[in-house]
Design a protein around this ligand. Structure first.
Ligand SMILES: Cc1cc2nc3c(=O)[nH]c(=O)nc-3n(C[C@H](O)[C@H](O)[C@H](O)COP(=O)(O)O)c2cc1C
Ligand code: SF4
Length: 504
């Protein structure tokens, strides 16, 4: 029986300390918590970093890593006698092909370093000096919560985690809840192939994130702040620990907890993240209710992406109108990740709404003859290079049938087979589906298999049903993963029909 004081929220951490999911560790965690062993197995096996404990190299299978030879690298490592596990994404597309060694430290075979924007006057200013004064937090304490929210509203700040939802609506909703136990949660799970901006923000400007979180907690009257960070971000985890240590005095009235993810992309979806925080499998909840009403532990919770929350201190310092004016077609500056066939892959802060050409110019130019790009991670599918002048913002990309998502832009040149590019993205969704909705669980497998067959046999008949299955997935899935999982294939077929014609 579950012990009266059992802390379900701790079981994932306990399994990690016990070395992953094994018969011994599951029994040990059961003895400590009283939670049934079957339940512990079920939870633990959901998380790839807890499965199959043992020493091995984790090699990234994301789109950019595949474009830069992940398959041949895997073969070389295996032939050299190394144990290799292929993983969905390591958040290191700018350093492709990337892997983690047996101690979970980053190994990269790229010949260049990550690039970032030079020091600037924009909101994140990644290369700028670190500000330890926490003066925006001090200023907020002199303001009314309504004035802080009004500044957010005039800034036009939209959530940078993908959906682009206006931030001030969530803060207002939190303040309207009758329940006084409230939480602030920072989503640092960043695991969509193409995306690595939160990584650089945490490594270079973690205090902006911490200050933004403290401001949010002050305004919504929460004491506890959780930062959920993907398990592969070891250096970034340490950077947050250090930043917390350095800002102890400024943040003393808040209780910060850093929680590590364990290798499940779906835990970036906010309700899956909540399930994971509560010590369960990271399976998205049905919405409504939204987390602002019923979130962590069933209490109102404000969940923001790292970049969204890190924009807040500069909005307080310099005003909402200033932030809004930084954008080109929409409000604010934006961290764009760029990888693939460009000279200097990295994270560039630019006005929201720059075109691909402008972004690539910041990254030193195209390499080879570009034919396509993926503007916002795997979920955004592909656009033809003819769209290089389109503003990379929420509205224009949605109108073009794509999305800005987390602004993980990947440029693809004519050395890449677009059918293969689609297959790599589909494999990502297949692996990362949490499995609770049949259309997503079965559809992601089916579509990937059919594309693989097409690549092997060269017969387009293998793709005859994929559009129908894609429609079922879009209509019948609980969360955004299933809704967009067919997009890489649909968009590649639409814009690159020649890649899907009969092959010899
Ligand atoms: C499959 C899936 C994965 C997601 N992964 C992330 C993620 O890694 N980081 C993130 O901030 N938001 C992610 N999101 C969006 C979150 O659900 C949520 O909208 C976001 O954290 C809210 O913060 P924001 O308003 O600051 O964008 C994901 C959504 C989906 C559907
Ligand atoms: S759509 Fe896919 S990932 Fe999302 S809840 Fe359903 S099965 Fe899970």
């Amino acid at each position: 029986m579950q012990k009266p004081n059992a802390n379900r929220e701790k079981i994932i951490e306990l399994l990690e300390h016990a070395g992953g999911v094994t018969e011994d560790s599951v029994r040990e965690v059961h003895e400590q918590t009283g939670i049934p062993e079957a339940d512990i197995w079920g939870t633990g096996l959901f998380y790839t970093l807890l499965r199959e404990p043992g020493q091995r190299i984790r090699l990234c299978d994301g789109l950019t890593c595949q474009m830069f030879g992940a398959d041949s690298l895997a073969m070389e490592l295996t032939e050299a006698g190394k144990a290799v596990e292929r993983v969905s994404c390591l958040g290191q597309c700018d350093l492709a092909p990337a892997s983690l060694d047996e101690a979970m430290e980053l190994v990269t075979y790229a010949k260049h370093k990550t690039a970032i924007s030079p020091p600037n006057e924009l909101a994140m200013n990644l290369a700028g000096e670190v500000d330890l004064t926490y003066s925006a937090l001090k200023k907020v304490k002199e303001m009314s919560p309504e004035d802080v929210i009004a500044a957010l509203e005039s800034s036009g700040l939209q959530g940078r985690g993908g959906a682009g939802f206006p931030a001030h609506f969530k803060w207002t909703s939190l303040r309207q809840q009758a329940e006084t136990e409230r939480y602030v949660i920072c989503n640092a799970d960043e695991a969509e192939p193409g995306t690595f901006k939160d990584r650089e923000l945490i490594l270079r400007q973690a205090h902006k994130m911490l200050e933004g979180l403290a401001i949010a907690a002050h305004v919504i009257e929460a004491k506890e702040i959780y930062i959920y960070i993907r398990g592969e971000y070891t250096n970034e985890y340490r950077a947050i620990e250090r930043a917390l240590e350095d800002s102890k005095a400024a943040l003393q009235e808040f209780e910060f907890t850093i929680v590590k993810g364990h290798g499940a992309y779906i835990c970036g979806e906010e309700t899956a993240l909540l399930e994971s925080l509560e010590g369960k499998r990271g399976m998205p909840r049905l919405k409504p209710p939204y987390p602002t009403e019923s979130g962590f532990r069933g209490k109102p919770s404000l969940i923001h992406n790292v970049e969204t929350i890190a924009c807040v201190p500069s909005i307080i310092h310099r005003g909402g109108d200033w932030f809004r004016s930084l954008g080109k077609t929409e409000a604010g500056s934006k961290l764009y990740c760029i990888s693939g066939h460009v000279v200097a892959p990295g994270v560039y802060e630019l006005p929201l709404g720059v075109s691909l050409d402008e972004l690539v110019a910041a990254a030193g130019g195209y390499v080879g003859n570009p034919i396509a790009f993926s503007p916002g991670g795997a979920s955004s599918g592909f656009l033809p290079i003819a769209e290089r002048g389109l503003p990379l913002d929420y509205k224009h990309l949605a109108d073009a049938g794509s999305m800005l998502g987390s602004a993980g832009v990947v440029v693809i040149n004519d050395t890449v087979d677009m059918a293969k590019a689609a297959a790599w993205q589909l494999e990502f969704f297949e692996r990362e589906s949490c499995g609770q909705c049949a259309p997503c669980r079965i559809g992601t497998q089916y579509i990937r298999r059919q594309v693989d067959q097409f690549i092997q046999l060269g017969d387009p008949v293998t793709l005859a049903m994929t559009a129908d299955v894609g429609w079922e997935m879009e209509e019948g899935s609980i969360c955004g993963l299933g809704m967009v999982a067919a997009k890489p294939l649909e968009s590649a077929r639409k814009h690159f029909p020649d890649a899907f014609k009969t092959r010899d």
